[in-house]
Design a protein around this ligand. Structure first.
Ligand code: NAP
Length: 518
């Protein structure tokens, strides 16, 4: 099987009328799904439960987007047992056949990409371009991992010795529990699920309770391309109720998680404990939170461009990206000018219903709204100065103005904790040494960026800025599959580098086979 070289899926140009019309059509089309109820899929069969989960539109908080099931404890345990039964068959399916399911799915998703994006506009409040980027990334993950799987399936290099024929091959692990977040509800879900399945594992997929509708569309897509029954289990329900059960089940072989540090650490701890009858050490791939900084040095190449980059990275998708810039560290020589530029750039941002395609939509839910507004208060109480935003907005959805707080102390709460919303802390640095020290002073290490034209300072950032994804003279969001393999250090996770060449290795184990020859 020879595939053309991997290329990133292009983004849709919404300045073209034709694309706008097509997207509006898709927004209308997905609304037909809002009144439907969707089942759990366990062992290839469909089930309903007494308890229901309703997905709501954060732009219009009373608008339901579909009804889903809350799996019971018994269903969750059964899901792992049945996925384990199916594993014995699925692992024997030839690599090329497995790969083909995902190439077919990528093709179909590309054809209907606006349908997927439109659902994300409604379900998580992405504007059109952000939703389009999410769908493009999902397609990229399927295409990229298809090629990677073919590469892993080829003979792996080993040293030759006389009298023996040696080889090393990769085999799957077993049942994988896949737990994605709501913020890249398609891309991350598709990425982790594809990596797990394409390598020959079976999957119990538990989507976020904030984004079951987009997860359902992917599950339907995999049914459409004929993925054998029982290979992909769809288990909606409360993470806090069924999460522990599927993580601790003795037949669970690995967990692929992306979400908050708190939940990731809990999963890591629970998975580490051997259960009665368990015969392996569970693997945990955990990508967690961030507190990402951009350093703006006194030798910034173009101060306006830097301000634009910071504003985009801080407020794109309402700051709800793990890679979002939540702290900008500005040299005291340009501090006042930079703060003024930040405000003038941020003033251009409109906040409204995501289906109208504003620059910013709502934040995900009430809990998040409260937590973000509490952080804004805390930022001011601890001595920060509100220089933009922070006011109450229309209550039909969970809207928060893009908010900038300047004069933030390097150790203040909003300088240290992940807020996951449109709040930017501005911290003053004395010089580049000081800026580097501030940049590395959190428990996280996901993304970071530096704006300076000084080559020595850039080199220092390369070696000292302790983040998994470092960007020089550009913003810290917008990682592309294959181009910027993504994952963080320290409490940001296990640095699994999604969209990179090492990633599929995490979902497999290597077997060395040695035969004596005469
Ligand atoms: P979250 O609250 O940790 O939830 C993530 C997933 O975990 C959801 O599916 C959730 O299900 C599930 N869950 C909750 N409790 C569980 C438990 N006890 N056992 C097993 N699963 C459980 O995170 P989120 O709010 O969805 O996402 C935002 C976070 O993700 C941020 O911290 C962000 O930085 C991080 N993130 C990191 C990356 C990265 O690559 N490093 C990428 C994207 C996002 P329910 O919804 O049912 O509770």
């Amino acid at each position: 099987m020879k595939l053309p070289k991997f290329k990133n899926e292009p983004f849709t140009d919404f300045t073209k009328k034709k694309n706008v019309k097509e997207f509006e059509k898709a927004l209308k089309k997905v609304r037909e799904r809002f009144s439907l109820e969707f089942p759990l899929v366990i062992g290839g069969e469909k089930f309903s439960s007494d308890k229901k989960l309703v997905s709501f539109n954060p732009s219009r908080r009373d608008q339901a987007l579909g009804t889903f099931q809350k799996a019971t404890a018994e269903m969750a345990i059964n899901a792992i047992d049945l996925a384990n039964n199916t594993f014995s068959e699925w692992k024997k399916v030839p690599v090329k056949t497995r790969v083909k399911y995902f190439l077919d799915a990528a093709k179909k998703m590309r054809k209907r990409k606006h349908d997927f994006s439109a659902m994300m506009v409604y379900e998580v409040g992405k504007n059109w371009a952000e939703a389009d980027g999410d769908t493009a990334e999902a397609i990229d993950f399927m295409e990229f991992y298809a090629r990677e799987m073919l590469r892993y399936a080829e003979g792996q290099p080993v040293v030759k010795i006389p009298g023996e024929k040696n080889r090393l091959e990769y085999i799957p692990l077993g049942v994988g529990v896949v737990i994605p977040p709501w913020n890249f509800p398609l891309a991350i879900l598709v990425g982790m699920t594809t990596a797990s399945l394409i390598t020959g594992n079976t999957v119990v997929l538990k989507p976020s309770s904030d984004s079951p509708a987009i997860a359902q569309m992917f599950v339907e897509l995999m049914e459409e391309v004929g993925l054998p029954k029982g290979v992909l289990t769809f288990l909606t329900g409360d993470g806090s109720t069924i999460g522990d059960l599927i993580v601790t089940h003795p037949l669970t072989r690995f967990v692929a998680f992306t979400g908050s540090m708190e939940v990731g650490l809990r999963i890591n701890e629970l998975a580490a404990k051997k259960q009665p009858s368990q015969i392996w050490i569970k693997r945990v791939i955990a990508e967690m939170g961030g507190k990402d900084s951009i350093i703006v040095d006194s030798e910034v190449p173009d101060i306006i461009e830097a301000a634009r980059g910071v504003v985009q990275a801080a407020f794109g998708f309402q700051g709800q990206k793990c890679s979002a810039c939540s702290r900008v560290i500005v040299d005291e020589k340009i501090y006042d000018q930079f703060c003024e530029l930040l405000v003038s750039e941020t003033k251009k941002i409109n906040v409204e219903d995501a289906s109208l395609n504003p620059r910013m939509g709502p934040v995900i839910n009430e809990k998040s709204f409260k937590s973000i507004t509490d952080y804004i208060k805390k930022g001011i109480d601890e001595g920060g100065k509100l220089i933009y935003g922070g006011e109450d907005m229309d209550k039909t959805g969970y809207y928060i103005q893009p908010t900038i707080i300047s004069g933030v102390d390097r150790d203040a709460t909003i300088s240290q904790e992940e807020i996951f919303g449109p709040v930017l802390a501005v911290i003053k640095s004395k010089n580049f040494d000081d800026a580097m020290e501030i940049a590395n002073n959190t428990i996280y290490g996901l993304t970071g960026a530096v704006y300076t034209k000084n080559k020595k300072k850039l080199e220092r950032a390369e070696s000292e800025f302790f983040v998994g994804n470092l960007y020089l003279n550009r913003k810290c969001t917008g990682a592309l599959v294959g181009v910027h393999p993504f994952g963080g250090f320290n409490m940001s996770g296990t640095d699994s580098k999604a969209g990179g060449r090492d990633y599929l290795g995490l979902f497999q184990q290597a077997k060395s086979i040695s035969a004596k020859v005469k």
